[in-house]
Design a binder for this molecule. Structure first.
Ligand code: TYD
Length: 206
């Protein structure tokens, strides 16, 4: 299955690496669908706006989680599953692990409940590989300076620290399906390492 997910703190450089990977795969004649969470569908993009805006009433943590899961269910059925069925590559900017890192790690919601909701929303769909772009919170926050920050990016350092730690725990829990990259390195080096690791794990087109 050609499904790869990129995760990490905001500011880790997911977009650059995702674009690079798409370019490499397209050059090899592969067809690639780039997508993201929350979002990826018309409904999901509307939910994304509700989740990221700093205007008006903020959702409580449980409502926030359920909105992510609603967007995810739509995304799986309407975009990811159909693309995988056509043998396309699907490269996704965040997926169910973000709910564990941000809503369990960051917000303190119960992990078991999140696992159950993730399983319900995705129908147990999981990528062939999770790529974690790991960065210290200090560096992530430095990179976000001067940006127009959304509701999550505006959270304090402790929040981002808990998110980072939860990601590292997840990657440790399941080393076969996670690849941790040091996101403080140059984008060109990260790209080379990513391709080497994909080859090592037999995930690169033969
Ligand atoms: P992202 O697209 O990475 O933001 P940006 O476009 O600003 O880089 O993700 C949006 C935010 O949503 C991000 O701060 C993480 C958060 N998020 C969760 O809290 N839970 C989730 O399940 C997902 C998918 C994202």
């Amino acid at each position: 299955m050609h499904f790869i997910v990129f995760e990490g703190l905001d500011g880790a450089g997911k977009s650059t690496l995702i674009e690079g990977l798409k370019r490499e795969l397209t050059t090899l004649g592969e067809s690639v669908v780039l997508t993201r969470e929350p979002g990826g569908t018309e409904l999901g993009e509307k939910i994304r706006e509700l989740l990221l805006t700093k205007d008006g009433e903020s959702p409580v943590a449980r409502a926030e989680l359920l909105l992510y899961e609603a967007a995810r269910a739509q995304h799986c059925d309407k975009v990811i599953e159909p693309a995988l069925a056509k043998k396309h590559w699907v490269i996704c900017d965040r997926f169910s692990a973000s709910s564990i890192a941000f809503q369990a790690g960051g917000r303190g919601l119960d992990r078991k409940t999140i696992d159950q909701l993730n399983s319900f929303a995705t129908q147990d769909l999981a990528p062939a590989l999770w790529v974690l772009l790991d960065l210290t919170t200090a560096e992530a926050m430095r990179r976000m300076q001067g940006r127009d920050l959304d509701r999550f990016e505006s959270e304090n350092k402790d929040f981002h620290e808990r998110v980072r730690q939860r990601y590292l725990d997840l990657a440790k829990e399941n080393q076969q399906s996670w690849l941790v990259l040091d996101a403080s390195r140059k984008p060109s080096e990260l790209m080379l390492e990513l391709m080497a690791k994909l080859k090592e794990r037999k995930l690169w087109p033969a």
